[in-house]
Design a protein around this ligand. Sequence first.
Ligand SMILES: Cc1cc2nc3c(=O)[nH]c(=O)nc-3n(C[C@H](O)[C@H](O)[C@H](O)COP(=O)(O)OP(=O)(O)OC[C@H]3O[C@@H](n4cnc5c(N)ncnc54)[C@H](O)[C@@H]3O)c2cc1C
Ligand code: FES
Length: 274
Amino acid sequence: MQKVDNPYRSIEAKVLEAITETPTIKTIRFRPAEPFGFKTGQFIEVTVPGVGEAPFTPSSRPSLREEMEVTVMKVGKVTARIHELKKGDTIGVRGPFGAGYPIDEFKGKEIAVVGGGCGLAPLRSLMYEFFSRSGEFKKLSFRGGCKNPQELLYRNEIDGWAKRDDLNLRLTVDKGDPTWKGNVGVVTTILDDLDMDYPRAIAVVCGPPIAMKFSTKKLLELGFKEKNIYLSMEKNMSCGIGKCGHCRLGTYYACKDGPVFTYDKIKNFPSIWD
Ligand SMILES: Cc1cc2nc3c(=O)[nH]c(=O)nc-3n(C[C@H](O)[C@H](O)[C@H](O)COP(=O)(O)OP(=O)(O)OC[C@H]3O[C@@H](n4cnc5c(N)ncnc54)[C@H](O)[C@@H]3O)c2cc1C
Ligand code: FES
């Protein structure tokens, strides 16, 4: 993993491609001027010159150091400008920051990956990592949900995942349409058949706070242990390095101690699902 010598130093990066994923989400593929490593689950700060900076968790392969991708939902000033980027434009990137997923601790275990909406972005990077180390884990299941079929990220790619022997995959949408043949309902409705040794299994959950809240509740009901449920807490951030206090989460700074936390560490803090 790249060591961050000066965390404030932004590296110039050239946009290679802007891919429209859904009506509100785009993936930006870019090439940093220097190779840029990250561990899956860590985040980077992306600067759009003249507009500002925002944190994103790369959605690309952690092993790919020459190019990276971020998948961005348009919600405000910086993300709106990111949606206007085109091939050849220049952005800045700094990081990586935070702790990421402790993949080595998952070896030999059954793993359930549960994602919703834009949460599928960091989970794609995680799934690449799992696929590249296939065989190290006992069982791998993926459960993904989103509002409707048009909002499903990486649809073609995920169709490919469905054919893998080393993955048990199910998808759901809150509201179907005539093209949709899968489950209809929120993501918690497709967790019952995970069929795992729940007290020993690992769950990785990423998505909108409401989806993470109810997925965690369901996983606990199934028998998952609090210490085995990994959540990605995307709190408002500024410095990214534990200095400004913007991302405070109880006794932690989400930027430095997270953004990935196990549920037992944060469950008693107020407003973790806000
Ligand atoms: C560690 C981390 C990883 C993230 N990864 C991704 C990612 O992979 N893809 C992605 O689309 N987004 C991700 N986000 C959220 C993203 O950083 C925000 O959407 C972005 O900062 C909004 O900037 P803006 O200027 O467009 O919006 P603003 O104009 O600043 O705000 C618009 C709206 O978005 C809300 N908002 C602003 N920042 C955040 C935030 N950090 N979290 C939640 N809501 C926020 C504001 O409250 C407001 O309602 C991540 C956030 C963090 C902290
Ligand atoms: S973003 Fe500044 S302390 Fe976390």
